[in-house]
Design a protein around this ligand. Structure first.
Ligand code: ADP
Ligand code: MG
Length: 485
């Protein structure tokens, strides 16, 4: 079966699909939907942008529409028939949008419950009619604890981006929520990445599931061109951002950073260049976050500077580029960030700015992906970064990093600039970000500064750079396959 019309779907559901111009199924939909329509539990892994949302929404709506003739329980609190949990508010909103489109003019009502919205609004909503709830775990538990919603009729349970939920520490919450649902229930568990770490979660939540694995973690987004620019520090990164702003082939882009404040600063910088830019991070109120996404969807914004709250769920068709201003702290997030472009087979481009002291992180990422990422030629006119002393250059016997982000090699970021030491050919093997410990320190440091703090690779010392130990880490991505797009 390859078409939605191959199923005997509810008439209005079929009509709504046609209105959305959805005719042919994507591979993950063709694999999941028949199983899920039968009531089977499903565990599915497929790459971002492959159409997982419809793969669980469609059977869930179809199966429940058939039972909606039954009256909703009169007594309060009401229970939905189906529950979808997501790790982020953005993803919940995105699924909500699709669910509303699919249930238009049917008897099925959908409600979305996420943090960042006054809880009183949800309390009011939950007094009304709802059959399908899309929620983030925290807000749902608050509402359950306050007696505003029950889950006793939930016979379809979906975990979208299940691995991310675990990364975000929702394991206990999910188990608690699941324990309040109806038994037996149908469980669908989906993710772009699905590996060993969630195995026990699968075992506790599902019952003899059909496992569908269309990709591995290392799935390459072949339609997304990917490349890294080897960059030294703040000034060069800023310069690159300015170049991106001038690049007409970038229609819309998300610029990912690991730091909330940096999203705001970069956004201000882009605005200063006359760009339509906005920022998005987890400290913003939900309404503001929604409004930002809406303006991006309408094409009113060209650059969205965001933390990883935007790494999943954001589905903007006109998006052409992803810019990893910082490498993500978790390798999987690289895949999810890239997945904001190339939706449903479209083409896209992802650039990463990799600071010198992120070579270890890049190597880890490439190992995770099972392939190297092309190193792109730095553009003409890249400013030289002044170099300062660094533990990486101190050699084997060098002083260990202090462990406190600010202490490494100098008292302050700014203070170290301009020390003028351009000699960067390191024979040493100080621990960059390669080891787990190093990565953690790196993460802490990036939280503080979110910029690589070592200077390296100006045109003057590029030759030396290639001969140092870090250069080995770039094998497979050397200048022979360097190109720019
Ligand atoms: P995922 O959850 O796997 O990242 P989504 O479900 O968000 O992917 O789908 C990605 C994009 O593909 C969305 O823009 C969606 O509208 C579109 N899409 C999904 N299924 C189909 C289909 N069968 N036909 C056409 N477009 C589709
Ligand atoms: Mg999805």
């Amino acid at each position: 079966m390859t078409h939605f019309s191959d199923f005997a779907l509810h008439e209005q559901l079929q009509a709504n699909l046609e209105k959305l111009n959805m005719k042919e199924m994507t591979p993950v939909q063709a694999a999941v939907i028949p199983e899920a329509l039968k009531g089977q539990d499903v565990v599915a892994a497929a790459k971002t942008g492959s159409g997982k949302t419809l793969s669980f929404l469609l059977p869930l709506i179809q199966n429940n529409l058939e039972h909606l003739q039954r009256k909703q329980t009169g007594k309060f609190p009401h229970s939905p028939r189906a529950l979808i949990l997501t790790p982020t508010r953005e993803l919940a909103e995105q699924i909500f949008k699709v669910a509303k489109d699919l249930t238009r003019d049917t008897k099925m009502f959908t409600t979305v419950l996420t943090g960042g919205v006054p809880i009183m609004k949800h309390k009011r909503l939950l007094k009304g009619k709802f059959h399908l709830v899309i929620a983030t775990p925290g807000r749902l538990l608050d509402l359950m604890n306050q007696g505003d919603i029950s889950l006793h009729e939930v016979s379809s349970f979906v975990l979208d981006e299940a691995d991310r939920m675990l990364d975000m520490g929702f394991r206990y919450d999910i188990q608690k929520i699941a324990s309040f649902t109806f038994q037996p229930r149908q469980t669908l568990l989906l993710s772009a990445t699905l590996d060993g770490k969630i195995k026990d979660m699968i075992d506790t939540l599902t019952n003899e599931p059909t496992t569908i694995k269309l990709t591995s973690n290392q799935e390459e987004h072949s339609q997304i061109k990917q490349g890294v620019y080897k960059i030294v520090g703040t000034e060069q990164k800023k310069f690159m951002l300015e170049r991106f702003a001038k690049n007409d082939s970038i229609y819309q882009a998300v610029v990912f950073t690991n730091n909330k404040h940096l999203t705001e600063r970069l956004c201000a910088h882009l605005k200063g260049l006359g760009e339509k830019a906005e920022f998005l991070h987890g400290d913003m109120r939900q309404n503001a976050r929604k409004a930002v996404v809406k303006r991006m969807e309408r094409g009113e914004t060209r650059f969205l500077v965001a933390t990883d709250v935007a790494a999943r769920g954001l589905d903007i068709k006109a998006m052409t580029h992803v810019i990893h201003y910082d490498l993500p702290q978790v390798e999987e997030d690289y895949i999810h960030r890239c997945g904001r472009v190339g939706r449903n087979g479209a083409e896209g481009t992802a650039f990463a700015l990799v600071g010198r002291n992120q070579n270890g992180a890049l190597k880890d990422l490439e190992r995770f992906l099972g392939r190297s990422i092309d190193v792109l030629t730095n553009p003409e006119g890249l400013p030289e970064e002044a170099a300062g002393p660094s533990s990486e250059r101190r050699g084997r016997g060098g002083r260990k990093p202090s462990g406190n982000g600010a202490g490494r090699g100098g008292s302050s970021f700014k203070g170290r600039n301009g020390s003028g030491s351009g000699s960067s050919a390191s024979k040493g093997r100080g621990k960059p970000a390669g080891s787990a410990k190093g990565r953690k320190k790196q993460a802490i440091k990036e939280k503080k500064f979110s910029e690589p703090r070592q200077s390296f690779g100006s045109s003057k010392n590029k030759g030396k750079a290639k001969s140092n130990s870090n250069a080995k880490q770039r094998k497979g991505s050397n200048s022979s396959n360097a190109h720019a797009y």
